[in-house]
Ligand binder design. Structure first.
Ligand SMILES: Cc1cc2nc3c(=O)[nH]c(=O)nc-3n(C[C@H](O)[C@H](O)[C@H](O)COP(=O)(O)OP(=O)(O)OC[C@H]3O[C@@H](n4cnc5c(N)ncnc54)[C@H](O)[C@@H]3O)c2cc1C
Length: 384
């Protein structure tokens, strides 16, 4: 099927790219994954576990950081809750926050670092005025273009309960076989307008429905096989915000995504749907293509597509930029990831990104962490 997608792309005159993380991002290309020995490799597996034996490392799990301890404007440690008690960890060097796009701004605000009026609203005494904390939230919005599949594909066959069980056991024990492969082997990065400097739409391809489940004759009926792609809007103009609901560190924050707040964003994702439908209707996919199930044949006009987007679009899980680094005065972090107005406090996570990149962001977060390590160690920048 993924070869058929490539045929469809050629037919529509889209380029192929050997390595979308290399010199040329634009085009259709084979997916790249963070995988080692047949398993998805998390940051903890790749970086933390190899360092666990170091004598200068202590990892406390099931611990909730509740605030950064400040002496005047210098960070001297963190307070955290564990097993029902509050603890403190102190430092003479620096504190590094990596709580992610929602919890790093939460922790800063709980510590009195943020927009003074908002902090007072929830009963927190402002310590350092930094109005940008929690603002500038950006995320990739995505929507489904989906077809029923003629006949059933190989992934469907592997999802029969007995085969799925063997596949999973084999994947866990040996790291091989169908259980190690996602039914999504292709990515595309496209420009909705030729004059754009970078792609503004990504396609995530799927050779199976999102709700595929193990089935077995006489026990659980098989699901209808289907396939599709998700257009993702890469560079939204809309900005959201993360706010505190209360001064309680255990209370969830309020997240306002504010998707589709500008005309351009509405237009871009609409164009993504149209491009997705165009590719899916090409001859290359004929042997597989059944009826369109999303947006569906009743959805034709721009207004109907916009309504479909508003009804069904979801995040592609790439929120970032709520403690944006930069050189402007309203940036939360300076270019060395230091929190402005506070000494000895850095951030190294997705919240530090000033802007969204044209693709999935995990590799960028790892890069930020690597760079932060170099900055802490005082290493000079790499050669250009
Ligand atoms: C469902 C899903 C699928 C995704 N798929 C992809 C993908 O395929 N490719 C890709 O590139 N990206 C993907 N992403 C995005 C990627 O996972 C994130 O961008 C990345 O993990 C962000 O890293 P981070 O270090 O900023 O935050 P996180 O990975 O969220 O790490 C923050 C950590 O801090 C902890 N924490 C938070 N607050 C506190 C506190 N107060 N005290 C103690 N600990 C705290 C959290 O428990 C968490 O472990 C996906 C995300 C999701 C949610």
């Amino acid at each position: 099927m993924f070869d058929a997608w490539l045929d469809a792309a050629r037919e529509a005159d889209w380029p192929f790219t050997e390595d979308y993380n290399g010199m040329e991002q634009e085009g259709f290309g084979r997916s790249q994954w963070t995988i080692k020995n047949g398993r998805r490799c998390s940051a903890a597996v790749a970086f933390l576990r190899p360092a666990m034996r170091r004598p200068n490392l202590t990892v406390e799990t099931n611990a909730l950081a509740t605030r950064v301890i400040l002496e005047r404007t210098r960070a001297t440690g963190v307070e955290y809750a564990r097993t029902g008690r509050l603890h403190q960890a102190s430092t003479t060097r620096e504190v590094l926050l990596a709580g992610g796009v929602f919890n790093t701004p939460q922790l800063l605000m709980l510590s009195g670092i943020g927009e003074a009026d908002h902090l007072r609203e929830v009963g927190i005494e402002p310590r350092v005025s930094l109005p940008g904390v929690g603002k500038n939230l950006q995320d990739h919005l995505s929507v489904d273009v989906h077809h029923a599949r003629r006949g059933r594909g190989p992934f469907h066959a592997e999802m029969r309960l007995d085969r799925a069980a063997v596949n999973m056991a084999r994947a866990y024990v040996l790291g091989t076989g169908p259980g190690t492969v996602l039914p999504s082997r292709l990515h595309a990065f496209l420009k909705t307008r030729r004059e754009l400097a970078v792609p503004d739409i990504q396609f995530l391809f799927r050779g199976a429905p999102a709700r595929a489940y193990p089935w077995f004759p006489g026990i659980t009926p098989a699901y209808e096989d289907s396939f599709g792609l998700r257009p993702v809007m890469l560079h939204p103009e809309s900005r959201g915000v993360v706010r505190l609901r209360s001064a309680d560190p255990a209370a969830p924050v309020r997240i306002v995504q504010n998707f589709l707040a500008t005309e351009n964003d509405v237009r871009t994702i609409r164009e993504g749907v149209k491009l997705g439908r165009d590719i899916a209707s090409r001859k290359g996919l004929e042997p597989f293509r059944g009826r369109e199930t999303a947006p569906g044949p009743a959805c034709r006009t721009d207004a109907e597509i916009d309504a479909f987007v508003r009804r069904t679009a979801i995040t592609a899980h790439h929120p970032c930029a709520t403690c944006a680094m930069g050189i402007a005065e309203d940036a939360v972090l300076d270019p060395a990831l230091r929190v402005r107005g506070v000494e000895a406090l850095r951030v190294a996570d997705a919240s530090a990104m000033p802007d969204l990149v044209s693709g999935n962001i995990n590799a960028c977060v790892l890069m930020i962490a690597e760079k932060a390590a170099d900055l802490v160690l005082g290493k000079p920048p790499l050669p250009a």
